[in-house]
Each structure stands twice: as structure tokens, then as C-alpha cells.
Design a protein around this ligand. Sequence first.
Ligand code: GAR
Length: 211
Amino acid sequence: MRKTEYEKARIAVLVSGGGTNLQALIDAEKAGIIKSGSICLVISNNRSAYALERAKNAGIKSAVVIAKECGGREAFEEKLIETLEAERIDMIVLAGFMSILGEKFISRFRDRIINVHPSLIPSFCGQGFYGLRVHEAALEYGVKVTGATVHYVNEIPDGGKIILQKAVAIRPTDTPETLQKRVMQQAEWKILPRACELVAKKLMKEELDKR
Ligand code: GAR
């Protein structure tokens, strides 16, 4: 790991959509909640993601990498790795990134990738559970409590070690949309920055211990 003069982990955030979690990370860095890392790069796999605007407004470098344009999954992941390496990225945050990453990518950044998922894992997670679908499933099942989880990313979708979780109560009047909003506000936007700081701090400590 090479580091900035400030001894901070260089963080990349991977996004696909609105980027409210990216915004929470940007705000948390400004507020000093994230202090062991610095968001240096945003990568989107969707050219029209509003998250790209958020990156621009915050003066953060961004890139668009699209699987179809790369000519397939393998080339897509190679392009992602190349883009991350060019920016000397130490740590990756998946913040609403709607693409499952393969073995090659995961092993290149082992224990350096975290993801936010909008449920209390192991409920309503894994292949097919993303975005609004997660909240529809929770309401269909009739659970009374849901929440969000931040976890390390390994080869099993939503299967890596849990870092932080926060519960959110379901109201009888909830729709998938109202629930999604409340889970974001009460859980995701709070635990993602905190987990990001925990992991960045750990990586920087490991780096200093190596010296
Ligand atoms: C968030 O709710 C995030 O937890 C979810 O997508 C939304 C992205 O919103 N991610 C997944 O479902 C991944 N399995 P955002 O773009 O506003 O951060």
C-alpha cells in the first residue's frame, strides 16, 4: 500500500444509481467521521447515475466502466482493476453497486472491499436481492424489524464477514418505498461511514505495523 502524505487509505466508491450512500460518505469525510481514509475515486457502471454528479460536485475524480462496452465480465473486471490500480486505491466501498464481482477482482482486493446491503443479513440477501426488491421481500414476509448491514465482500453474494448492522422497525403503513427511505436514513447512511472508518483505520494500522 502506498499512501498519501497524510497517511490515509485511498478509497474508491463503486456506484450504479442515485448515490445517496456516496453522499453520506462524502459528508462523513467532511465532518471528520471518516478520518483514516480519503475518497479519491468514484466508479460507476451506469453513465447516467446521479452519483457521478455528486462526485463532480465534491471535486472527486470519477470514471465510467460498463461491462457491455468492455466486451464481457472478465474484461469489465480487468478494466475495473486497472482503473483502481492507476489511482493507487487501498480500499473499495460498494455503495449501491448493482453488479456482482467475480473471484479475480475479489482476490485482488481481499479484505479491502466492503458493501452496504439494505437488510439484516442473513435475511433478504444474496443473488436477486437488491434495491427495492429487498424491501418488497421484507414486507411480503411480514417481518416487523429490518435494517441494514455493512459487510466485507467475498465470493458469496452478501456472504462476507459482517462489520456493522442497524435495525429499523417496520410500520404497518410501510410501502417498499417508505421503508427503503427509512432504512437509508436511519441505518445505511449512519453505519456505512462508520464501517468505512473502521476498515480504513485497520488497513492503515496494518500498514504502519509492517514498517
Ligand atoms: C441502497 O439502499 C443500497 O443499500 C442498495 O441499493 C441502494 C442504493 O442507493 N444496495 C443493494 O441492494 C446491494 N445489494 P444509493 O445509490 O442512493 O446509495
